[in-house]
Ligand binder design. Structure first.
Ligand code: BGC
Length: 771
């Protein structure tokens, strides 16, 4: 009997019902009514029909589970969907899988409210782009946006309408494995990239079938985890928070990001997921965020070990703080009804969260067509198109950073013989990096294959593995248990090195492909030692002794400490994990078909003891200026303060010369603009691209300010011998910062301007900002 009644209800009020509601609501003067008003009316009407249980169901985000990204997995998802206990799912895709689940929600629940389909589309969906730290190193916003656009095209064709990206956490500690997922250490660049990614994913109309909802994460300050250990405590001054760590989240929100994910970490004593100040006062009330907030994976449950109370209590805290969706943990599902009954939470508070979930669905057009993202034809046409593969190859080339190139060792000739050595030289799995969404590593191009493709038949490749990527058995097991496929050679390291040396002796040049395996980076992959893992350095030392020119092709998801390598390699190219077309793109650069143009967005330390190390530090009261015998300065006894490679650093096969920066005025009024002009000339033998960087220092202010901060950059292309004048425009807005009362102000006085090829190698000028 019950079943029959339910079926009847589905027919009358199920999905068709909600569609009918939408149609009935269409007032005669549609054009006069704003979309917001229409949405409000629709959601009001729907909420009025919902039971408390149904509302709480909307707040539950379940992992469908073939791809586990946390310690527990949601259970009995099908059954829960049909009971209306689930508002959205993630970790499943393909049009057919999504359609099947969507049908359960739409046809088998009383109100037929469609589901959200989320996924960690981090650097591409099926066509994999370089890891985000690599993408940022392109300093090419159009390329970054394009990668997000293609990811959205593919994801939306594959059943998804929500991506858990961009990750905009500022990160200054390379021990933290998740630096791979973000744009690096800089606030200004990070904010630009955050905007570009949101634009790429969401386009300008979320209801379109080829756009997806972005999710800015991890709100907030996750990158400030103490000691670079994942999930660790963050304790940060308001000054640093507002001036350095929060702006990229705000930039993404300002760009229209429709959802935000909370972070796992504690923030000055209140974990983000229970932090009302963060999610309600700052995000919603101050920044005007109108979208939906989801937690990170079981982040509400984790408030228990954080020490904030029982499961029921932390659920109440999270809801009141401003969380709308509970990822995987089911704290809301299991406790909120009782909390409402006990008067600990009001139904109005549940309504507010439910409203925001329904609004997200409305904005995606799911109430008009819940199957919008499950079009098989689109999936067939729109996934891994040849033009997407071309795009990822092209973008990957732009992300590579030439760290050293003595005696023009690179580019290589397409003739002669190469000793191709190293545990990463033939790897396909590592090419697509950590968290490569639905990407298939078997379609990725290895370095060996790329060299064959690009250099052609006239080159002889002599290969030896030379070393395992790691020797620590526990580490290997762990990596293989989480998506790695490391094959460990059973020969002794001495034998492997001896073979490699022989191969090198019989070749013209050594190309050593070394670094980290993809699984050594990303979530829960912090490293305390950030040198090359395993016996790879021993291998390089032995190769060096052959006297052959040695090119290091480096792969890593973080800055590494590479003192020996930087001193001893003839050339060194950082390639990150470059995506599906990695090998082709790397070969394009090695053989000069593309002249490298990437620049670091995270400082490389000399040794891990310098960490956190970043270019935009404060001056201190005792800055070290090279006075060797002056003891009482801010410095180390055993290593200089300098990084191995500074922020913004990267070479080209050509060279560029810079004129001194010229300013349009020496004194500028707050309502005027200042032009900074510099002439850049290509003085070398190749056409090339250069990222011209502009930094500013506020010399005297009411609070201490960094020694310099990036305020502009332009990536320009110059033919051999060509020169161009690059003009930057600064306004008082660019000189603003949060003062001690957290007011966003500029302060008149002296400013320095620095322009150059990286954050250290600059020329300066100065101006005064008048009262
Ligand atoms: C990560 C998030 C991710 C989520 C869902 C978490 O463990 O911190 O970045 O979006 O899992 O997979």
């Amino acid at each position: 009997m019950k079943r029959i009644i339910k079926t009847a209800l589905i027919m009358s009020i199920g999905f068709m019902g909600t569609q009918a509601v939408a149609q009935q609501q269409k007032p005669v003067t549609t054009s006069a009514v704003s979309t917001d008003q229409k949405m409000n009316k629709f959601v009001d009407d729907l909420i009025a029909k919902m039971t408390l249980e149904e509302k709480i169901g909307q707040l539950n985000l379940a992992a469908v589970g073939f791809d586990v990204t946390g310690p527990i997995v949601s259970e009995n998802v099908d059954e829960k969907i049909q009971k209306g206990y689930i508002g959205g799912v993630f970790n499943t895709f393909t049009p057919s899988a999504a359609r099947k689940l969507q049908q359960m929600a739409v046809k088998r629940t009383r109100l037929g409210i469609p589901l959200l389909f989320g996924y960690d589309v981090i650097h591409g969906h099926k066509t994999i782009f370089p890891i985000p730290l690599g993408l940022a190193s392109s300093w090419d916003l159009a390329a970054v946006e394009r990668s997000a656009r293609i990811a959205a095209e593919e994801a939306s064709a594959d059943g998804l309408n929500w991506v858990f990206s961009p990750m905009v956490d500022i990160a200054r500690d390379p021990r933290w494995g998740r630096v791979a997922e973000g744009a690096g250490e800089d606030t200004y660049l990070g904010s630009q990239i955050a905007r570009a990614m949101v634009r790429g994913y969401q386009g300008n109309d979320l209801t379109k079938e080829n756009t997806v909802m972005a999710c800015v994460k991890h709100f907030a300050l996750y990158g400030g985890a103490e000691a670079g250990r994942d999930y660790n405590t963050v304790d940060m001054s308001m000054n640093r928070m507002f001036n350095e760590y929060l702006p990229p989240y705000k930039a993404a929100v300002d760009a229209g990001a429709a959802s935000v994910m909370t972070s796992f970490n504690d923030i000055n004593g209140v974990p983000a997921t229970a932090n009302r100040w963060l999610m309600t006062e700052l995000l919603r009330e101050k920044w005007g965020f109108k979208g939906m907030v989801a937690t990170d994976y079981t982040a509400i449950n984790e408030l228990v070990p954080h020490g904030l109370g029982t499961e029921a209590e932390v659920g109440e805290l999270a809801l009141k703080a401003g969380v709308d969706m509970d990822m995987v943990g089911e704290v809301f599902l299991n406790n909120l009804q009782q909390s409402v009954k006990d008067g600990k939470v009001s139904e109005a508070e549940v309504d507010a969260a439910c409203r925001r979930v329904l609004e997200a669905k409305y904005k995606l057009g799911l109430f008009q067509d819940p199957y919008r993202y499950t079009n098989e034809k689109r999936a067939k046409k729109n996934i891994m198109k040849p033009e997407y593969l071309e795009a990822t190859r092209d973008i990957a080339r732009k992300t590579m950073v030439l760290l050293k190139n003595d005696k023009q060792t690179l580019p290589l000739k397409k003739t002669g013989s190469i000793a191709l050595i190293g545990p990463l030289a033939t790897s396909q799995r590592d090419m697509i990096g950590n968290w490569s969404g639905a990407g298939d590593w078997k379609q990725a191009v290895s370095v060996e294959q790329g060299i064959r493709n690009v250099a052609g038949k006239d080159i002889k490749i002599n290969y030896a593995k030379g070393a395992n990527i790691a020797d620590d058995q526990q580490m290997i097991e762990r990596l293989n248990a989480h998506g790695g496929n490391l094959e460990i050679d059973s020969r002794s390291s001495e034998d492997m090195i001896a073979e490699a040396v022989k191969v090198a002796q019989n070749s013209d040049v050594i190309v050593a492909v070394v670094g980290e395996s993809q699984g050594m980076t990303g979530e829960a992959s912090s490293r305390a030692d950030i040198t090359l893992p395993g016996k790879q350095q021993d291998l390089l030392k032995a190769l060096k002794k052959t006297g052959k020119p040695m090119v290091i092709v480096l792969m890593s998801g973080r800055p590494l400490a590479l003192n020996w390598e930087a001193e001893n390699a003839d050339a060194m190219l950082e390639t990150w994990f470059a995506g599906t077309e990695a090998g082709n793109a790397i070969a394009d650069v090695l053989f000069g078909d593309y002249n490298p143009s990437g620049k670091l967005t995270m400082t490389f330390p000399q040794v891990v003891g310098q960490v956190p190390i970043y270019y935009n530090h404060k001056n201190t009261g005792r800055p070290y200026g090279g006075e060797l015998l002056d003891k009482y300065k801010s410095r180390y006894l055993d290593v200089s303060n300098e990084p191995l490679f500074p922020f913004g650093y990267g070479l080209s096969y050509t060279t560029f010369s810079y004129s001194r920066p010229e300013l349009s005025k020496n004194t500028v009024n707050p309502n005027e603009t200042l032009e900074v002009r510099v002439n850049v000339k290509n003085t070398g033998n190749y056409d090339g691209e250069e990222v011209v960087q502009l930094y500013v220092q506020d010399v005297i202010a009411s609070v201490t300010r960094p020694v310099k901060e990036l305020k502009g950059f332009q990536k320009i292309s110059l033919k051999k011998g060509e020169s161009k004048t690059v003009t930057f425009t600064l306004t008082a807005e660019d000189l603003k910062f949060y003062n001690k009362d957290l007011e966003y102000v500029f302060e008149p006085g002296e400013f320095k301007v620095f322009v150059g090829t990286n954050s250290s190698d600059v020329q300066e000028a100065s101006f005064t900002l008048a009262q």
